[in-house]
Ligand binder design. Structure first.
Ligand code: HEC
Ligand code: HEC
Ligand code: HEC
Length: 143
């Protein structure tokens, strides 16, 4: 191999190394800026929720804005992930080609948040509704 060829190989490898360094630095700066809140977080709308986001962006922009500002949106949890329903569910309805739940309950959250749902289910909060038909409630109303 001639000296010239060797010089060329070293030049090419050297530039490739420099380019990869610059690329990594650019990615790091973008990530840190996002984490520091200097730029809005990058949100990729999951394909299954694209139609929901598009149409509700016009009919109920507040709900879409709320979602866009959430950790769920940043982590790729779209509308369907929470609102999905089985056709047999009492609150399921056909909505523009998707079967969705009108009422998103702690059971829906439990699909992902197993520990939190478990803790909640064993808390006094979860039984709060039972007070409605109880003697405690009568007592409270009288008092
Ligand atoms: C083409 C427009 C359009 C698309 C697509 C659409 N929606 Fe809707 N959605 C509406 C409108 C308008 C309403 C309010 C009227 C109604 O209740 O039907 C609504 C109502 C709702 C409701 C409230 C129902 C109630 O009465 O409590 C939920 C929940 C909902 N949409 C979720 C979704 C989800 C999840 C998707 C995606 C799978 C979706 N929507 C796709 C237009 C749309
Ligand atoms: C983290 C779970 C979660 C995500 C993600 C989510 N929702 Fe909801 N959504 C809920 C809960 C909880 C409610 C309030 C209780 C209910 O009505 O089911 C609700 C209520 C609604 C309602 C009904 C409001 C009303 O007035 O009755 C609409 C419409 C709706 N969501 C649309 C959407 C759309 C569109 C998206 C995607 C951009 C979305 N949701 C993403 C959990 C979620
Ligand atoms: C499809 C999965 C999924 C569903 C369903 C879901 N979540 Fe989440 N949730 C996530 C992920 C992923 C995160 C981000 C966790 C992390 O960053 O460590 C998150 C984070 C959260 C956080 C922390 C937000 C923050 O800014 O730190 C709360 C609170 C939360 N979820 C509540 C709910 C509630 C309430 C429901 C039901 C109405 C629900 N989630 C449904 C996946 C889900």
């Amino acid at each position: 191999m001639s000296l010239r060829t060797k010089q060329w190989i070293i030049a090419v490898l050297g530039s490739a190394f420099l380019v990869s360094l610059l690329f990594v630095q650019w990615r790091e700066v973008a990530r840190v800026r996002e984490e520091a809140g200097l730029v809005p977080p990058h949100i990729a709308v999951p394909a299954s929720s694209e139609s929901c986001v598009k149409c509700h962006g016009e009919s109920s922009p507040g709900i879409i804005d709320h979602w866009k500002g959430s950790t769920h949106a940043v982590k790729g949890v779209g509308c369907v992930e929470c609102h999905q329903a089985d056709a047999k569910d009492a609150d399921a309805f056909e909505h523009y080609g998707a079967t969705i739940a009108t009422v998103v309950t702690p059971r829906d959250c439990a699909r992902c948040h197993v520990n939190e749902a478990n803790e909640f289910a064993h808390s006094h909060h979860a039984r709060g509704g039972n007070i409605l038909a109880s003697l405690d409630n009568t007592l409270a109303e009288v008092v």
